[in-house]
Design a protein around this ligand. Structure first.
Ligand code: GNR
Ligand code: NI
Length: 163
């Protein structure tokens, strides 16, 4: 397994929209293994392929306390089950190191995805997984946590992180 380089805001490559996975082959499995390694190494609870400059609809997540429950979601999509049920959480992002922002998102979603073999699944996620899934799917759309905050705050973070 290989630890991959993580792109940092405001890198324009974080704004690319990822393409659906159509080939469920060995190179997809290798990508997910390298992404898990990269996520664990960075002490993250999730990682989107976009963050490692691979513009495919692949995310990995582990929200377990002991970091022993890797989850892989290919071509993930969600629908909001209840527009009025919202949840606020202080989010971090491996692509925006050193910053946390309180973000409010829908709390009741139905997630649909494929596994590394191409098999379809659906489930209503619980707890922090609900937040993390939405954060990661945002990455696949080229969207970042800082897009939810004021432009003043965003520009301040941009100038601090730009070397
Ligand atoms: O490690 C991470 N923590 C986190 C905390 C709250 C909500 C979302 C996240 S995801 C983040 C890792 C990351 O940047 N994934 O894209
Ligand atoms: Ni992130």
């Amino acid at each position: 397994m290989t630890v991959l380089n993580i792109l940092t805001f405001p890198d324009p490559r974080l704004r690319k929209v990822a393409a659906p996975v159509i080939k469920f082959d060995k190179s997809l499995k290798k990508l997910t293994e390298d992404m898990l390694e990269t996520m664990y190494q960075g002490n993250g609870i999730g990682l989107a392929a976009t963050q490692v400059n691979v513009h495919k609809r692949v995310i990995v997540i582990d929200v377990s306390d002991d970091r022993t429950d890797p989850k892989i979601f290919i071509n993930p999509e969600f629908e909001i089950k209840d527009n009025k049920s919202l949840f606020s959480f202080s989010e971090g992002c491996l692509s925006i190191p050193g910053y946390n922002e309180e973000i409010t998102r829908p709390d009741k979603i139905l997630l649909k995805w494929q596994d590394v073999n191409g098999k379809f699944h659906e489930e209503e996620p619980e707890g922090i997984l609900t937040v993390c899934i939405q954060h990661e799917i945002d990455h696949l759309e080229g969207k970042l946590m800082v897009d939810y905050i004021s432009s003043l705050k965003r520009e301040r973070i941009r100038s601090k992180l730009r070397k």
